[in-house]
Design a protein around this ligand. Structure first.
Ligand SMILES: [Zn+2]
Length: 502
């Protein structure tokens, strides 16, 4: 085996293989069902061309192990076999009618048309959305949303009760109400007063917040768009003074999609991508950079070559949106999960790294105005087919599968894969932004025959974010700093792609 072949061996086995490989790995509970056809062929494989290995008759009871595209897997004489799902009736567990209030306890929650992860998605609820539970069945609850939609969600993502859902109720602390600004280049807002709590959103430097509670070294804050969470006190500066502007009447207009940065430097963090035609008040100018008024409390820098001082070509259409992914739905697919660890490093498992990155990408996408749908948001196994089904059933504008690589102990770098020629541009933009933010070795954007790309109806890419098989690279990719950098790169790549292809 040559080196090149070795490179992707561990991680991509899962992504490349047909979902058939996973049939006997799926540890789902058997569900009893009854045959309702006069006679039903039992086949060796889930296809009408599969060999017939037995017959079942009306009224026979069988246990369905899993279901796959219209076929149900059963056991016949100790061996796996398949029957058409169409001719069986599943016995469902008793449904309890209830009526209670609950809140969503996940960063985004798919509400489905039936109690199954393969059912179509009715709507997506954000964290802390209030719902009424109207029925319970096994691990699922039928809920009604505040705007009257009905659907099914997994119980584990609901928290019963409709009281304050912010951690303040449990965390205690002193209630206050004061203005503050973020005093760090980017600040994680977390669901509880702990660095291990999940990230609710990420704020840029100088963002204005309201401090509503203080508890030790932590403050509970409310962001300008109404999100609540906890931040470390040391990254807040009290007050919300307006920065001084030299000449607020002079305007500049963006002539090419441009990064708005916190400092006049290519290595400064990027607030967002400004689109052609946007205009801003000019504050100052320095060494080829223009300082602009980014929001009422914040300035940003943009490369002067990407701007003009002439009036915008479409006056009256000047916008200053908070970011570049408004109205975009991005499906984020953390690779592997559950019994499938993916690539295994000395300290890290691919499945865990991928989930961490996925949550950070989600925070970035949301802070750029987009909506996120996860294929998994915890450590559970989802088949490759299940992942593409979620994407295909959604209104996704893009699907991003997140992986870490394995190969030799000296292999390095990051790469982005696409399957369809349509998605090559998206892959290129993401790869470019990731390399820019991380300075990792650039392995390029490449075509590959991955299941989650090939069977995806939406724009889709798969990113490989570094080698866990290389001990020094493993150390770096596990750091919070790397995770943040690469996540920002992914979100910015998507945003740049949409800005460029609009
Ligand atoms: Zn993988």
């Amino acid at each position: 085996m040559n080196n090149k072949h070795m490179m992707y061996a561990v991680c991509t086995t899962a992504a490349l293989s047909s979902s058939a490989l996973f049939f006997n790995l799926e540890a789902e509970a058997a569900q009893p069902a009854t045959v309702n056809a006069t006679s039903l062929n039992v086949r060796a494989i889930p296809s009408t061309s599969g060999a017939i290995v037995g017959k079942l008759y009306k009224g026979n009871t069988i246990n369905v192990l899993t279901e796959q595209q219209g076929w149900a897997k059963i056991q016949l004489n100790g061996k796996d076999a398949w029957i058409s799902s169409e001719y069986i009736e599943k016995k469902t567990s008793p449904t309890n009618v209830v009526s209670k209030q609950a809140t969503v306890n996940a960063s985004s929650l798919n509400v489905r048309s039936a109690a199954s992860t393969s059912a179509s998605i009715v709507t997506i609820l954000p964290r802390n959305a209030k719902v009424t539970v109207i029925k319970e069945n096994g691990g699922w609850s039928q809920i009604k949303t505040s705007d009257g939609k009905t659907g099914w969600v997994a119980n584990q993502y609901l928290k019963v009760g409709s009281g304050s859902t912010t951690p303040s109720s449990e965390s205690g602390g002193t209630s206050v109400s004061k203005q503050a600004t973020v005093n760090a280049s980017s600040l994680n807002v977390r669901s509880a007063a702990s660095t291990s709590a999940s990230i609710v959103t990420i704020l840029p430097r100088n963002a204005k917040v309201t401090v509503i509670k203080e508890n030790g070294d932590w403050s509970q804050i409310k962001t300008s768009n109404g999100k609540t969470g906890w931040v470390a006190n040391k990254y807040l500066k009290e007050g919300s003074d307006q920065p001084e502007t030299n000449n607020p009447t002079e305007k500049i207009t963006i002539t090419k999609a441009a990064n708005l940065r916190t400092q006049p430097s290519l290595s400064a963090s990027i607030l967002r991508v400004a689109q052609v035609g946007e205009s801003f008040n000019k504050v100052a100018e320095s060494n080829g950079w223009v300082q602009i008024q980014y929001s009422s409390s914040q300035t940003a820098w943009v490369s002067k070559g990407l701007t003009s001082t002439e009036a915008p070509s479409t006056p009256g259409e000047v916008t200053n949106p908070t970011s570049g992914l408004e109205k975009k739905l991005i499906v984020i697919d953390p690779g592997h999960g559950g019994h499938d660890p993916g690539a295994v490093g000395q300290d890290e498992l691919e499945k865990n790294l991928a989930l961490r990155t996925a949550k950070l990408v989600a925070a970035q996408v949301e802070s750029a105005g987009g909506t996120v749908l996860f294929t998994r948001s915890d450590d559970t196994f989802i088949s490759l087919d299940g992942r593409t089904k979620i994407s295909n059933a959604s209104e996704a504008d893009a699907f991003v599968s997140i992986h870490y690589n394995a190969g030799s102990s000296s292999a390095t770098g990051i790469e982005t894969y696409y399957y369809s020629a349509r998605d090559q541009e998206l892959a290129k933009y993401i790869q470019e932004s990731m390399v820019q933010h991380t300075n990792m070795r650039d392995r390029g954007a490449q075509q590959a025959n991955f299941y989650v790309l090939k069977h995806n109806n939406k724009r889709s890419v798969l990113v490989e974010l570094g080698f866990v098989s290389n001990p020094s690279e493993e150390d770096r990719i596990a750091t919070e700093q790397y995770q943040q950098q690469v996540s920002r790169g992914i979100a910015e790549g998507i945003s740049r792609y949409f800005a460029a292809t609009k």
